[in-house]
Design a protein around this ligand. Sequence first.
Ligand code: SF4
Ligand code: SF4
Length: 923
Amino acid sequence: MYPSFDSIIETLETGKMYSFPGGVHPDDKKSLSNTSVIKKPSLPDLLIVPLRQHIGSDGICCVEVGDFVLKGQILSQSSSPFSVPVHAPTSGEVVAIAPHVVAHPSGLTEMCISIRPDGKDTWCDLSPIANYSELDKNKLIEAICQAGISGMGGAGFPTHIKTSTSKPVEFLILNGIECEPYITSDDRLMREHAWQIRQGLDILTHLIGPKAIVVAVEDNKPEAFEALNIACQDKHDYRVVSVETKYPAGGEKQLIQVLTGREVPRNGLPADVGVMMFNVGTCYAIADAILHGKPLIERIVTVTGEAVESPSNFRALLGTPVSHLLDEANYNPKKQKAPKVIMGGPMMGFTLSDASIPVVKTTNCLLVPAKKELVDDNAERPCIRCSACADACPASLLPQQIFWHAKAKEYDKAEEYDLFDCIECGACAYVCPSEIPLVHYYRQAKSEIRIQRDEKNKAEKAKQRFEARKERLEREKLEREAKHRKAKEARLAANKAKEQNAVAAENANNAVDSGATEAKDKVAAALARAKAKKAAMQANANADSKPANADEPNNATNDKKAQVAAAIARAKAKKAAQAQNEAQLESADKQVEHPSSPEDDKKAKVAAAIARAKAKKAAQAQNETQDESAAEPSTTDQPSNQSSSPEDEKKAKVAAAIARAKAKKAAQASQSEASSAEKPAGSQGEKQAELPDPETNSELNAEAQKKARIAAAVAKAKAQKAAKNSEGGQPDKSVSEQGAPTQLDEQPDSQSKEQLDEKQARIAAAVAKAKAKKAASHKEYGSNHSSEADAKEQNVNSPKEASTSSVSHQNNSALSTNAEDSDSNLSPADEKKARIAAAVAKAKAKKLAQKGNGDLATSTDTTEQESSKASEQSESSPNAAQATSVQTSSQPTEQDEKRARIAAAVAKAKAKKAAAEQEKGSE
Ligand code: SF4
Ligand code: SF4
């Protein structure tokens, strides 16, 4: 607990002072230099200005070699708060910026700016601050900093740092204690410049605002005390106090303790105890800088010692070599055993290694001791552990312990003994009987420790940089690895996505292919189903209509066979129709060219009419067949390629239906004819009643009527032609034909009747045979395939027409030829049908022959008359011709029976022949 402000003030008012431990009372030797005023030395030839003249970091040089600088021009800029600039002490040229030995016990070099003065000592532009109290304190502090002011008492602490403190300051102490022997610079400054010191104190008071201002002056400087007292007399709060002379009372801590009784803690600052202390020289510099605008470029240096002839205080420019000041003080080296200049006092000063070392801001004294004036450094003897040093230490240290460890370079142990609390007062050394330069050991130890600390700091910084670099490299490595991993993952993902896309595309293609295949399969399945359905329908139809064919291999074979048979039947029908037309035309021409008799003419007319009707019918059938073929181009035009297309099958079905209808119709007609043929010849009314039913045989009746009309028209035309020929002298077929019905009705004779019966029998047999064949074929193939039905129908019609045309004797060959052609291409079914028809015809012929034996005489005339009537009725009634033919066929004779048997035999032979040819064709 340190004294309070009031107690301190009371103590100060009473003139009592506190004290500090230790201390010595050496001979001050101040009288050597304090009697003369401060002198202004001459300009040295070279000024060497160190960039650092204070505690803290160096400033940054802002001039170059060769620059001409003015007095007070700034040479370096502050690089940190703990640095202050330096200024050119005079005008001149910068001749060097290089390291130079500086004022330090270690003798190390520092960067210095060498200026060669021009001798003019020309000031630069100055910026004094007259009303500093109105200026912002920070600007005032900045001005102090820019003036390059640092502590001039010895430590060299930057002044602007002290003035910018934020701690409350109770006591602002102006240190006028110059306790070290030989030094009188402050004494002379206080004596000569007390007022300016007071001005500086005013500025500091303005900046710091302390509660009390104490001006401490050692009691061995009464002139200085008086001067300051006078200077501060107008300031009641300025207390100018005299302090007992005791060395090292001028030390900061010691003076604070003397004045306030407060002890600055270890590693602490005076501000920690509410005290702020400035040297009188610093205060003078502040006033000079603020009030005159002059930077700190000079200071008062005491050059004393018995080795100089004129010890004095010099207002020396900073950078002035020591040698120059020694010269100014008339240094006499002869008074020295060896050249020795001590910078500072005999207690705290250090011996300079070079006389060219420049004066700096902390240089207050140059002591040039003569022989035996000071203790010889080479007289060091071993420590006797007298502890006199410890008793004299103002810092209450154990100097001998520190000395031992420092000498042994055990700096850590020296630090354990609070080496850095040593103020290097030299009191210990002063009292050491062994004349051990203890302060030198302490300073060396401190320097080594600082170097080690600096190196340790540098090593620590290098380690931190290394760790930072290692961490950065590791981080970058991790980042690269992460980046590569991400890139790899991205590539893998891309490849995977690509593969998936490829698989998806492949699946899509497969799906499309499968879809197409499926569509094709569906189409094929639909076609197959349609074919199967058609086949089933055909099978059902075949099963319904033809159970006997259930043993056939398959429906496809039946379809193919049916299509082939239909194509063949159509081709044969066409061929038969052409042959029929040719035969009819040929027979008609022959009849016209060779009219034998009126009966022949009449028969020829009838035959021609029948032939023309049949030819026309055949032509119509051929047209129908061609139309059907045109509707079925694939089956008609390409019979060989009739595979089993749906259209062909459909057409075949339609043709089969038509064939079945025709077969049914033909069967009904056959039954009607058979029933009429089995009946004996009766009256006309009965025969008319036995005619087929017009409703069931409407198609046949229509065809017959049409044929009859056509035949009548042809016969009429031929009759007209024959009449014209007879009128010309030559018999004409048309005339015979035209007159034939009349002659037949009016002049029948026995011969002609026999011939007519014979012909009628042949016609009846042929017609019966043809009808039988037709009926048989319709019955047999009524339910078969349409193509087969068409073929059979045409084949049946062809023989029928051929047989019908065979009524004419001249047409027998054509009949046989047509029948042969038709039968020659018959299938086994046709053969079977033909055989059946032949059998039926044979039976009918036999039956007719049996019946004809009894009725022949009576029925011949009737037949002839009916036949002639049928010819006449054919012109007026469509059913007359058919009825006539039926009635004619129902009146056989023996010759007819014989012919019928012959025809049956011929048909049978043809059937066999057709069967043989069919087998060859199938092979
Ligand atoms: S005064 Fe000198 S001799 Fe005595 S103890 Fe200290 S160092 Fe050793
Ligand atoms: S040890 Fe340091 S403080 Fe103590 S007397 Fe020696 S020099 Fe002075």
